[in-house]
Design a protein around this ligand. Structure first.
Ligand code: TXA
Ligand code: MG
Length: 311
């Protein structure tokens, strides 16, 4: 299949281009599009065959459920069986934005989206291109990150081209994603809100809205990967990654790529992390060496991705 590439203005996308992409979604095809976190690979979430094509294109195991992207809270209510007050409060505070809520699944959602499980993950993205695409398509859009399974998420259209050209219908190129790491995923089905995947919406930010949260990560025992990235390898460059303590005096040699001159602030660090890892990966080093940032709540998302990259 040939993959079309359309350049769109990230702040003010041309409705004619968005409509072209929306038509592909309605016809059961696959469109990669920018979000404020990373690029997503979208299909009509209510069309089981279309969502099946996402899994085929990515080489994604059928046991790993995908996030349903919606335009607003009423769309989210339509794909869920329950919409608790805590979900309403978190959505009111953080949507549109990089927060994914796991809730009991509504009857319209096909099995392939939830990996056959009883819950569905929903997110209302903030990126103007993502929002315009969902609205124009007129359906919720199932979208994992637009990379081959286990590889680094894409933060530029060029990354999507490298991973998925020839395997998907269309790429909307809206330039670099600002957030840089995937959304925070929270489980809303228990008595307390629980973080399944840390991200730019930190635990203290969640606690400010819903009170105390359960920060215990779930052990990877269930067949359905309830917690993202529970697969042995995830978010990894091809080059092996080694994590070191800050300030460790070491001689790394010539064939070692150092992730260096990174920002001191976690959001600024996250914004460039995958971009820099993609670059280092293409340089063909023997190893990539990274200093692990401090073990504090605001670095949790970045540390999580670094540790997965090194697995
Ligand atoms: O920022 C993001 O979240 C990006 C953009 C495209 O929205 N998407 C993304 O999707 O990172 P993906 O599929 O690469 O990661 C979503 C994770 C999956 O690893 C999956 O395990 C988890 O969310 N997930 C999806 N549905 C779930 C569910 N029902 N229960 C628990 N976890 C779920
Ligand atoms: Mg992913």
């Amino acid at each position: 299949m040939t993959t079309d590439l359309l350049r769109v203005d990230p702040d003010n996308p041309d409705p004619a281009l968005i409509e072209r992409a929306a038509a592909v979604i309605r016809a059961g095809g696959l469109v990669a599009f920018p979000t404020e976190t990373v690029y997503g690979l979208g299909a009509n979430a209510l069309d089981a065959a279309a969502v099946g094509r996402i899994f085929a294109a990515k080489g994604r195991p059928a046991t790993n459920p995908v996030i349903v992207h919606v335009a607003d809270v009423s769309d989210a209510v339509n794909v869920t069986a329950e919409w608790p007050a805590t979900a309403g409060a978190l959505a009111a505070r953080f949507w549109p934005g990089p927060l994914t809520l796991v809730l009991p699944r509504g009857p319209a959602v096909p099995d392939v989206v939830t990996a056959g499980g009883p819950t569905v993950a929903v997110r209302c993205p903030a990126h103007p291109v993502a929002r315009a695409l969902i609205r124009a398509a007129g359906v919720p859009i199932a979208a994992p990150s637009a990379n081959r399974s286990t590889e680094l998420s894409p933060t530029r259209a060029e990354h999507v081209v490298k991973g998925l050209a020839g395997r998907i219908d269309l790429i909307l190129d809206g330039g670099r994603c600002q957030g840089g790491i995937e959304s925070t995923v929270v489980d809303m089905t228990g008595t307390r809100v629980r973080v399944l995947r840390p991200g730019l919406i930190t635990s203290p930010m969640l606690e400010a809205v819903v009170g105390s949260i359960d920060s215990q990560r779930e052990p990877s025992t269930s067949t359905i990967a309830r917690s993202p990235g529970q697969m042995a390898k995830h978010y990894s460059p091809h080059t092996p990654v080694v994590l070191v303590a800050p300030g460790a005096e070491q001689r790394y040699g010539e064939r070692v790529g150092l992730l260096q001159n990174m920002p001191d602030c976690p959001t600024a660090y996250a914004a460039v992390l995958y971009d820099r890892l993609h670059e280092l990966d293409w340089e063909g080093y023997e190893r990539i060496v990274i200093e692990l940032p401090p073990d504090t709540a605001d670095w949790a998302g970045v540390r999580d991705r670094l540790m997965r990259a090194a697995e």
